[in-house]
Design a protein around this ligand. Structure first.
Ligand code: AAL
Length: 387
């Protein structure tokens, strides 16, 4: 039987070189998979990475029973030391259904933002609280967590998630900002959140059930998470993860998507892009500027998970490579002291930090590393480059 018509054959590149590369010797019989391969926009190997097994840290950031340390920020190098910020809380997680005013509903509930320094990236000294939860009644009175750092013109900016008590399953999650002229603080907090969920979703009924909706609204109608600001094209691009009211499992996992909000100044106001969402897959945000555009590691959820994507304009992302899922850190704190280059655009993954689940109650920060893989060789065989 001749090939069915899932796509327009006229648009396929049927050059001899391409057919030979994909091992298609009879172009009269193209499966749907072959047609998709011929439509791939990018097939080179320069973005590919394989992650090694994560290694434990030493000193104050070594695993500590009874303590949650998770969601490390990027690392920056200042005064000859690496700095990292992270969420820290104490004690077990109660979950929902009990007394949400007083329980701890998630490991990232009842967190403050702490920071630590290290000379070698292995042995860390915990320096103390950078940004505490707010006073009762403030928009961040319940938890501040999942922080990112940006240095710009000798000022330091921490952006992070905020929760106002009570923390129940329908509680909206927002984003706050704090700034300082020193990585050691003191930090000044924004009086209001710099980013909020869209307000065009409608809950169904009064019960605390996040799946019951009359209308789901935008992709970020429930939560704006994992904020990360990078300077780009003379502006400030705040990338974030959106969660939608009435979340479903759809085509490859949870409905988790990424958006961007853009500002002229680091403190905002941040305006959400009309093109959002900019990714229909992913989870924690991991973005870095390279090749004149913005690259993004997409992990965990959605059909495009475990891919590296790149956009020339910070908005229109295309897949550049798949990333091997094994050992892949999913809550990466990038090492911003490593620069990605045109010839090695994923060099920023040489090493950095992420967290692991030691248990549902407790998480700790560990060190990841990765390497490029350009050929697949047997023991004793020379690589493509060595031949
Ligand atoms: C993570 C992140 C955010 C969420 C929670 C802590 O996977 O997406 O940080 O709020 O879980």
């Amino acid at each position: 039987m001749k090939t069915e018509e899932p796509c327009d054959d006229a648009k396929l590149d049927l050059s001899q070189e391409k057919l030979d590369r994909f091992g298609i010797t009879n172009k009269e019989y193209l499966s749907a998979a072959s047609k998709r391969a011929l439509q791939w926009k990018y097939v080179e190997n320069d973005w590919y990475r394989v992650f090694d097994q994560m290694q434990p840290l030493k000193g104050d950031l070594a695993y500590e029973e009874g303590v949650v340390r998770r969601d490390p920020s990027a690392m920056i190098k200042e005064n000859g030391k690496y700095y990292v910020w992270y969420s820290k809380s104490i004690g077990t997680t109660d979950g929902f259904g009990g007394d949400v005013e007083n329980d701890k509903v998630f490991p990232w509930d009842r967190c403050d933002i702490w920071y630590a320094t290290s000379e070698d990236g292995w042995t860390w000294k915990e320096e103390g609280i950078a940004v505490p939860r707010g006073e009762k009644g403030a928009y961040d009175d319940r938890s501040v967590f999942t922080v990112e750092i940006m240095k710009h013109e000798d000022m330091y900016y921490l952006c992070y998630q905020t929760i106002k008590s009570p923390y129940d399953v329908r509680t909206k999650n927002e984003v706050g900002l704090a700034w300082s002229s020193s990585p050691n603080g003191p930090w000044t907090k924004s009086k209001e959140p710099i980013l909020k969920p869209s307000d065009n979703g409608v809950w169904k009924g009064e019960e605390q059930n996040r799946f019951a909706v009359v209308k789901k609204g935008d992709f970020d109608s429930h939560k704006v998470h994992d904020p990360c600001i990078i300077p780009f094209n003379g502006k400030f691009y705040l990338y974030y993860k959106g969660e939608q009211m009435g979340e479903e499992i759809l085509f490859g996992g949870r409905q988790i998507r990424h958006g961007v909000a853009i500002a002229d100044n680091p403190k905002g106001p941040y305006v959400k892009s009309k093109y959002n969402p900019v990714s229909n897959s992913g989870h924690e945000i991991c973005v870095w500027p390279v090749k004149g555009g913005v690259a993004s590691l997409i992990t965990t959820d959605g059909p495009e998970r475990n891919t590296v994507q790149w956009s020339p304009d910070g908005i229109n992302f295309e897949i550049k490579a798949a990333v091997k899922g094994a050992n892949m850190p999913h809550a990466i704190g990038l090492n911003r002291s490593l620069s990605a280059s045109d010839s090695n655009p994923t060099q920023i993954f040489d090493w950095g930090l992420s967290h692991v689940y030691n248990s549902w109650n407790y998480q700790s920060i560990m060190r990841f590393s990765s390497h490029r893989k350009t050929s697949h060789v047997a023991k004793g065989e020379k690589t493509r480059e060595e031949k």
